[in-house]
Design a protein around this ligand. Structure first.
Ligand SMILES: Cc1cc2nc3c(=O)[nH]c(=O)nc-3n(C[C@H](O)[C@H](O)[C@H](O)COP(=O)(O)O)c2cc1C
Length: 312
């Protein structure tokens, strides 16, 4: 059996990197099985699934996809050429979301090393952002990062962003009236998950681009015209969700490298999932993440599980 003590340092570094990924309510719904080869299997941890707000397991897969991206980039930075198979055996081993063979060596590119080094600096930033616009070349870099992982990043114009903020506020109100949702939320926002110190301040005035997890501290005025973007995929199946997660983390690390932060407003998507609705076919694809982008102050990091808990 593989334990934290028998896993060698090189593999441990990959798992630590994977564990820094963003996840819905910081559930960290992943585990890893290390096999000879070495091959690392990424497993869904269904004990950390959110059955009320994520009935399809979409957000669980997106979160695990983000962890997979970190694992891949850490392997690249360590001079490996990871070969990844998504959902390698859905019939016999449905819990295995990906299989990463790290046996083959390959040169660590400067880009892989840089993205790997940015992992600890990426955080969800729920503070107000300043008024600076994000330069076109930075947006292009983020868009390219998403498309490398087979997803699309759409930047909304001011009018669409205002409409989406209104829609997020309506979704937020509807969620606040759902008792089962509130019980699930409370379980992940007191103590572990998303503790109060990372929930950001309450908004002064009309513009509130932050999802309310119930324990925001202090008050602040947010930027009057939040810069919003939507990450979409061509399909809306588990394999697409894993791709969305990898795209998310790739573009967030690219953003971090440019000093750009992100927070998320996925209430409309969660409400859609909870109502068991799917999107009408849209030429831009299926929305998987809604995010606010900009330049913000340094914020504290959310807690993470120790690596001993991550090994299956
Ligand atoms: C699929 C997914 C959905 C998320 N939805 C939201 C959201 O709606 N609102 C929010 O503020 N953060 C959201 N987050 C961010 C997580 O809360 C955050 O990643 C987690 O608390 C860990 O913190 P960190 O990103 O700072 O490491 C989401 C993250 C993922 C991967």
């Amino acid at each position: 059996m593989t334990t934290a003590h028998t896993v060698d340092l090189a593999v441990r570094r990959l798992l630590v990197a994977a564990g820094q990924a963003p996840s819905m309510l910081n559930t960290q719904p992943w585990r890893f099985r290390v096999r000879h080869g070495p091959v690392i299997e990424l497993l869904a941890d269904w004990d950390r699934w959110l059955p009320v707000s994520d009935p399809r397991g979409r957000s669980l897969h997106v979160s695990c996809g983000a962890a997979l991206y970190n694992l891949r980039i850490a392997a690249r930075a360590a001079g490996r050429r990871p070969a990844v198979r998504l959902l390698p055996d859905v019939q016999r081993a449905p819990e295995v979301l990906a299989c990463v063979d790290i046996d083959v060596r390959g040169p660590a590119t400067a880009e892989a090393r840089q993205l790997y080094e940015l992992i600890p600096y990426r955080r969800t930033n729920r503070a107000p952002f300043d008024e600076r616009g994000i330069p076109a070349r930075v947006l292009a870099d983020m868009r390219a990062a998403a498309s490398t992982e087979r997803a699309r990043l759409l930047f909304l114009d001011r009018r669409s962003a205002t409409d989406l903020l209104d829609y997020a506020a309506i979704a937020q109100d509807q969620l606040a009236g759902n008792g089962d949702y509130l019980i699930e939320l409370a379980a992940w926002t007191t103590g572990h998950g998303v503790p109060a110190h990372v929930q950001g301040p309450r908004a002064i005035g009309d513009v509130d681009p932050i999802r309310d997890f119930g324990h925001r501290t202090g008050k602040a005025r947010f930027e009057p015209h939040p810069r919003l973007a939507v990450l979409t995929t061509a399909g809306d199946e588990p394999i697409d969700w894993l791709r969305a997660g990898q795209a998310l983390q790739h573009m967030l690390l690219a953003a971090t490298g440019h000093g750009v932060s992100a927070s998320f407003l996925n209430q409309p998507l969660d409400l859609r999932d909870m109502r068991r609705r799917t999107d009408p076919h849209h030429r831009c694809g299926h929305p998987q993440m809604i995010m606010r982008l900009g330049y913000g102050p340094a914020v504290p990091r959310a807690p993470r599980r120790p690596i001993t808990e991550l090994l299956a």
